[in-house]
Design a protein. Structure first.
Length: 382
């Protein structure tokens, strides 16, 4: 009994020490993170990407304050949010610039994509959808833009979101898809094309409440992964062992060619699905393959560092790009637009990470898209 008692005392003391150490480290990190918050945005990014304006710091805070809610079929959408740079309505949609008044029946433009089109890193009125709305308005086109893009979405989620809008009775005149990055990165991370971002998390969460053992393991895993002790361990591993911060791909490099072909196969199949919906519901389409920092030759020092952080993505992005170029069925489509070379020789800072763009870059994208969109407007608006 004495041995059992001593054993329990040792376990109890160990737990007390671990909890005390965890709480102490959490307090230290809270102070450290609080002091570092104003400098969370790289000064070069504020200077070269945002024209020295301080709103980028508040925007970063608002991005961190966003939270997801459950959305049937597509997994998630943002909860309603009202900030100084980000406004999300009760449907989970990002705000889009609107003219003071719209006369007659406006053209309905529905836009779908991931976080780049959603407007990660930019204010409401400077997202690509808002800039398109303003440019079309300035050209005399009465337009109503609905931004159905969402952070992390891939093409299949967007098709489902479009189908649900049509089910609800919404009838767009033109539908714009802006994709490429999420579908490519997700395929590399999951080892299979056509899956959602972090699909393995959905599989891990499936029916979790019906299995007490899995639920307990998930809770313990969450506590460990979010602990201050884990943060210290990761920091030490990076310093001593050079462990990378970014996730490594799960697919062996030897399989990347086949995986790249699969990415483009899924993309083409997605376009064909939308074609069928367009024929049935009478809207016109524009499909855009977005640029990334890997497509830019004249990179700034900040962009070079961002590209280096995600260097493990670059070879696969190049493989998918080469596969895109080889598909004559894609290049022959009048409604397909490849923007990978748009910023190729731009000397200014364009990318705030490996795929999201500055407000000035958004304006260039919107400028490039305006003419193709006008070609697809109903005859009464051309």
């Amino acid at each position: 009994f004495r041995a059992i008692r001593d054993g329990w005392l040792l376990v109890g003391l160990s737990l007390v020490l671990i909890v005390a150490l965890e709480l102490g480290l959490r307090g230290v990190f809270a102070l450290k993170d609080g002091d570092a918050a104003p400098a969370a945005v790289d000064p070069r990014l504020i200077r070269d990407g945002y024209g020295g304006e301080p709103w980028a710091i508040e925007h970063r805070r608002e991005l961190e304050a966003l939270s997801d809610r459950w959305e049937p079929y597509t997994y998630f959408r943002q909860r309603p949010f009202q900030g100084s740079t980000i406004h999300i309505d009760d449907q989970g949609r990002r705000a889009v610039w609107k003219p003071p008044e719209v006369g007659g029946r406006p053209v309905k433009l529905l836009v779908l994509g991931g976080s780049s089109l959603w407007g990660f890193g930019t204010r409401d009125d400077e997202t690509i959808p808002s800039l398109l709305a303003r440019r079309l308005h300035d050209q005399g086109v009465a337009v109503e833009v609905r931004n159905l893009a969402e952070i992390g979405y891939v093409g299949t989620q967007e098709v489902v979101a479009l189908a649900r809008e049509l089910q609800a009775g919404y009838r767009p005149d033109v539908v714009l898809f802006h994709d490429g990055v999420n579908d490519t990165a997700s395929a590399l991370l999951e080892g299979k094309a056509g899956l959602t971002t972090n699909e393995r998390n959905r599989a891990r969460e499936f029916n979790l409440t019906q299995s007490p053992g899995r639920m307990s393991a998930a809770i313990i895993g969450r506590l460990v992964s979010g602990s201050a002790l884990q943060r210290v361990a990761k920091s030490l591993a990076r310093r001593l062992l050079g462990a990378p911060e970014a996730p490594a791909p799960t697919t062996p490099p030897a399989d990347h060619d086949a995986l790249a072909r699969a990415v483009v196969d899924v993309y083409q199949a997605t376009l064909e699905l939308v074609d069928a919906l367009a024929a049935r519901y009478g809207f016109r389409t524009l499909f855009v393959w977005q640029p990334s920092v890997f497509d830019k030759v004249s990179q700034t020092s900040f962009e070079r560092e961002e590209a280096a952080k995600y260097a493990w993505l670059a070879p696969f992005f190049a493989r998918v790009g080469a596969e895109l170029e080889s598909r004559e069925t894609l290049s022959a489509r009048p409604d397909f637009l490849d923007l990978r070379d748009l910023f190729r020789d731009t000397p200014d800072l364009v990318f705030i990470d490996y795929c999201h763009t500055t407000e000035r870059a958004n304006a260039r994208i919107a400028e490039r898209l305006t003419a193709p969109l006008r070609e697809r407007l109903p005859d009464r608006e051309k």
